[in-house]
Design a protein around this ligand. Sequence first.
Ligand SMILES: [Zn+2]
Length: 295
Amino acid sequence: MVELETGGFRNLICSYIIDVEKPLLVESGPTNSIPKLLSGLEELHVKPQDVEYVAVTHVHLDHGGGAGTLLKHLPNAKVIVHPRGLPHLVDPERLWPSSQSVLGFISEVFGKPEPVAKDRIITATEGTFDLAEGAKLTVVETLGHASHNLSFHESFNGGIFPGDAAGTYIPEFNVVVPTTPPPFRLDIALASLDKLMSLNPTVLYFSHFGIADNAVQRLKDYKAQLQLWGDIAEEGVSRNQSLQQIRDRIVAEDKVMSQIADFVKNHRIYSKTMLENGVLGFMEYTKHKQTAVSP
Ligand SMILES: [Zn+2]
């Protein structure tokens, strides 16, 4: 695991290096953190020219945003991404303004993505990549957080890299919090969690942030937490409540959120991504669902 310390924030974003015969990175991380990731490779004595794959769970700036910059330093590596992520890697010009509008100042902390040449991209929604004698990385399509979120299962320890499909792990408190910006899809996210649970993973390698044991229980708890947020948002939207009112009820009724409310409220990044964008994702999902079923 490489602590990327993006923008000076610790415990926020990390990448992973699988140091085998054909070294593989999971998550390029954001553009501004590429020097930090390269020093992680150096520390492990992994030569940049030996890196075979960079698997990105999705193309949001904090996960795959740095892929273009990273590939300039890894002459033989290819990026593994969901097919719906490919156009954004090849031409990040559309992703950047939409990221700026959703993330505000945080997009500047992450940095503007550089393009990736199309012939250096492998798209996948399933299948396995051979890494070393008998060791494999299996692609699992886990949509919901994004329309193109992949998870990766590794056969060494039976762990899963979920990207943002299993929430944000806050190691300071050993808890998980929903990561659900618009256009979040609750129904699809829940199905993705079932998919991950069915693989019976031993550990979760969170991109935010770090390695967590007790993986199946965490996925189960995350599912219940998403359902709770969904119920509160649905009721709030039907009563025309504001984002603030719905958020306050979530903080009061979700045991995890009540426990870490002060930490999240005072966190420059999480106060926006969890307490604003995350709640908004549920509200928009509810509205979308209502318009979808009305005649
Ligand atoms: Zn993320």
